[in-house]
Design a binder for this molecule. Structure first.
Ligand code: NAP
Length: 324
């Protein structure tokens, strides 16, 4: 098995020898990627993790995690992310900040091309790039993003102290965010397109403890209106009557699910119609030497605990692949 250690940077037009031999590149530093990194390092595989934003992934957006074993009082997403990152670094891991643009597959050798023009040659790849928030695709959404429209309650909730807001969606994330936002907002309209929520029974029970939340069911968002500077109105349609209704609000939090972060795959690895990567039980993808885990894969349960388990499994499969 070859070990490559040359990085070419288009910007500086320089080829850089990297002293450390690297056999495994992990794309994404969420729970799946960091766990894969911890296991890979414990298998003595030279490993680097590439992360485009901050280590931790989507758990950074979760205020309190109550269903991850080992923390009977719950743990904040930031703390759990920090612990995972430090554990990976403690094993001697490295994290490179950057965005992957493309993967070149040349038989056993793989090249990870970065947006900044650099390239990393490696023997195996674990894709753990996670998922991002879906857009509603309605008028006003793009125009008012950052000016009343948000995709992250934890990041932006603070700006809505004493205000009226709407959360769009009916899944676990939407309900968790609506509950979280009652810390700040005086009124939170939870707008869902069906007549019942998709979220877990536990969260639906929790919701009842928050009188500041008004569930608005069977409504579809048609438009987000503002004065050119800030959002002021949400235009929704009652699915039962077809009536158009207007709600006066200061902010809209869109929480209608996720889409996998797979832009760099470009059809080279088998995916399902929604873009999620298809893996087998060993986390192997359709390409030998490329494994995937976490929220980027097609599976039945999208949770931190499953992402971690898949990360460990992917590292184990990568170890077997690399040792042949
Ligand atoms: P999700 O479970 O897919 O729910 C998305 C919600 O948005 C659904 O209610 C869906 O409506 C609605 N929706 C989708 N597209 C829409 C559109 N164009 N317009 C209006 N509404 C739309 O997504 P999620 O809540 O982000 O959760 C993602 C995954 O993470 C899930 O597997 C979830 O269980 C997991 N998660 C778990 C926890 C936890 O366990 N504490 C917390 C957060 C997330 P329909 O119901 O009509 O399809």
């Amino acid at each position: 098995m070859n070990i490559y250690s040359i990085i070419y940077c288009e910007k500086t037009n320089k080829i850089q020898e990297v002293k450390m031999e690297r056999k495994l590149v992990i794309i994404g530093a969420g729970p799946a990627g960091l766990t894969a990194g911890i296991y890979a390092l414990s298998f003595k595989i030279n490993t680097i993790v590439i992360e485009k934003a901050f280590p931790g992934g989507n758990i950074l957006l979760t205020e309190r995690i109550v269903n991850y074993p080992g923390f009977p009082e719950g743990i904040s997403g930031q703390e759990l992310a920090e612990n995972m990152k430090n554990q990976y670094l403690g094993f001697g891991g490295q994290i490179i900040t950057g965005e992957v643009k493309d993967i070149i597959i040349e038989e056993e050798r793989k090249i990870v091309k970065m947006v900044d023009g650099s390239e990393i040659k490696t023997d195996a790849i674990i894709i753990a790039s996670g998922s991002s928030r879906k857009k509603l695709n309605v008028e006003g959404e793009k125009e008012y993003t950052g000016r009343g429209v948000s995709y992250c309650a934890i990041c932006d909730g603070f700006f809505f102290k004493g205000k009226k807001i709407a959360v769009i969606g009916g899944g676990n994330s939407a309900l968790e965010e609506a509950i979280y936002l009652t810390k700040y907002a005086d009124r939170c309209y939870l707008i869902h397109r069906r007549d019942s929520f998709r979220a877990s029974a536990y969260l639906q029970e929790e919701l009842k403890k928050y009188p500041a939340i008004t569930p608005v069911l069977s409504r579809v968002v048609r438009r987000i209106e503002g004065d050119g500077q800030k959002v002021h109105t949400l235009v929704i349609e009652n699915k039962n009557t077809g009536e158009i209704e207007k709600i006066s609000i200061d902010g809209v939090f869109i929480s209608i699910g996720q889409k996998p972060n797979v832009e760099f795959i470009d059809g080279k690895i088998e995916q399902n119609p929604a873009g999620y990567i298809i893996t087998d039980y060993k986390m192997e993808t359709s390409v030998k030497g490329i494994f995937a885990c976490g929220d980027v894969i097609k599976k039945s349960l999208y949770q931190i605990i499953t992402a971690c388990g898949e990360g460990a499994t992917a590292a184990n499969a990568a170890e077997k692949y690399l040792s042949h």
